[in-house]
Ligand binder design. Structure first.
Ligand SMILES: [Zn+2]
Length: 286
């Protein structure tokens, strides 16, 4: 999957492929200038945006895999944020805390059930309560497995409902994390700094923050959100733009998730399209 970059020397566009490290060493195809794009974006964000893009383009089934992967990587991000935040509060040195975390993660990195276990404990320790959303229903597990493992062909409406569920859950947990999320981002910044220090002379460093389904919300694009409340003025289950009705908690929760997701899509969908769209006259999305 590619994204457009602008050459800092001649201002023309070059396309780059997303890397796992978010570091992209590039040579301009037009003028030959070398530059390095550091993309300030977490893996779960890239995956969720790819899923959204696939959904917008009518690839409903493919979108499910991206949304499911985004949720798994978000749980990892949460464990990272929690552990590094805790280390900072205990005045532990960042590098040592990061090394311990990376070593520990290697023990769980190949099995998602182990990672889920780490997340569950991290949530309990940070929030002081059970992660009661970690149920098959709360995570949309049955739907995900039917599509990914059993080859079911979902309808667009089903995929939208799943996307909305994943979006609302990540959005809620990001809101609870609040400034704690910055600790995980610091790990990415440190990786950037190490790469930056090793860049040869004549290579221009470019730092980019791309629009995404979560980014605007996290960096003040929307109104500030109080802790433990998914949206200002809304109680869980309430649909934005509607007065709260008593009862029907389950339907309300689903409607709330969908309204939240649709709102984000309305605000940022167009940005995603221009950011991740195919080059003019080029092939369609991968
Ligand atoms: Zn150039």
């Amino acid at each position: 999957m590619e994204f457009p970059t602008v050459c800092p020397a001649c201002a023309r566009e070059n396309r780059a492929e997303f890397t796992d490290s978010s570091v992209h060493d590039l040579t301009c195809a037009h003028c030959g200038a070398r530059y390095c794009v550091f993309l300030r974006k977490q893996r779960f964000e890239v995956l969720f945006d790819l899923g959204t893009r696939a959904l917008m383009d009518g690839y409903a089934r493919e979108a499910v895999a991206s949304f499911a992967a985004a949720l798994e990587r978000f749980f990892e991000f949460y464990v990272w944020a929690f552990t590094l935040e805790r280390a900072a509060n205990a005045e532990q040195e960042f590098g040592a805390a990061l090394a311990g975390l990376e070593g520990t993660w290697r023990h769980v990195s190949s099995q998602s059930e182990r990672q889920l276990g780490m997340f569950a404990l991290a949530y309990l320790l940070r929030e002081g309560r059970e992660p009661d959303f970690l149920t098959a229903r709360g995570l949309g597990t049955d739907f995900r497995n039917r599509v990914i493992h059993r080859g079911a062909l979902p309808t667009r409406a089903e995929v939208e409902a799943y996307a909305a569920l994943v979006f609302a859950l990540i959005d809620r947990l990001l809101t609870e994390l609040g400034p704690g999320a910055a600790h995980a981002e610091l790990a990415q910044e440190q990786g950037f700094a190490a790469h930056l220090a090793g860049l040869p002379d004549g290579v221009t460093a470019v730092f980019e923050e791309h629009p995404g389904m979560f980014r605007a919300r996290r960096f003040g694009g929307l109104a500030p959100t109080p802790k433990h409340s998914p949206q200002p003025g809304l109680v869980p289950g309430q649909v934005p733009g509607q007065a709260r009705k008593p009862g029907k908690a389950v339907n309300d929760a689903r409607a709330y998730q969908q309204a939240l997701f649709r709102q984000a899509l309305e605000e940022r969908g167009a940005l995603l399209r221009s950011f991740k769209g195919p080059p003019p006259g080029g092939p369609g999305p991968e």
